[in-house]
Design a protein around this ligand. Sequence first.
Ligand code: GDP
Length: 250
Amino acid sequence: MVGGLFRNMKYNLDFWRKNVHINDNVLHSAHEHGVTKVISCLSTCIFPDKTTYPIDETMIHNGPPHSSNFGYSYAKRMIDVQNRAYSEQHGRMFTAVIPTNVFGMHDNFNIEDGHVLPGLIHKTYLAQRNGTSLAVWGSGKPRRQFIFSLDLARLFIWVLREYKEIEPIILSVGEEDEVSIKEAAESIVAAMGFKGELVFDTSKSDGQYKKTASNSKLRKYLPDFQFTPFSQAVKETCDWFVANYDQARK
Ligand code: GDP
């Protein structure tokens, strides 16, 4: 069970319960059926709120997560615990990846429940159509590392074929590629040719200010992996959304 900041804040209990059930059902069924490798998906939002930066794979359990999504975070941390236990007790190769904020075609573009980029793409589309301003929630100052879904898919296949550690691996662009929410909104505005006004609604939460992650473990394995440039990936996603508006999940 996943969602953006605002869905997490509403349903911490459901995020905890559903994900703990999913974790145990998937991993234990995989074990019982002799599945040789499982890759689960964690997220950089599960790391401790009070931490040093950049965050790395060794820090998952070092302190409480941000209060906005504690249900999701603790449930996801338990996958790492369970993976280690399946390895110790049964020799299983169950591991996990830790992507940053994912976006791309076929995303959930629901404005209330989704993540920031699909939400803002949908809102920009509507603002353009209705001739209104674009409301960016919060101050626009928080910073995020975004990863394009096609890049993440390529990395997932590499993890499936090549990665042999039980310890998770962060799948992220570099620290230098982190952008503010304001910059992300401006990329969407440019990609969609939106000419209206951008308004920052500071009555809405900013969530975690940042969760800058290190991709140096990934870079040790794959020094030459090329990430799609952010503005190009945003443009492809916006074009897909406009062309597929009727069918898009929203
Ligand atoms: P997070 O990265 O896990 O915090 O989750 P999100 O993808 O929901 O990003 C939340 C950040 O984007 C917060 O700083 C919000 O204030 C900001 N934001 C700005 N506009 C929007 C929007 O339309 N939808 C969402 N979900 N977040 C927005």
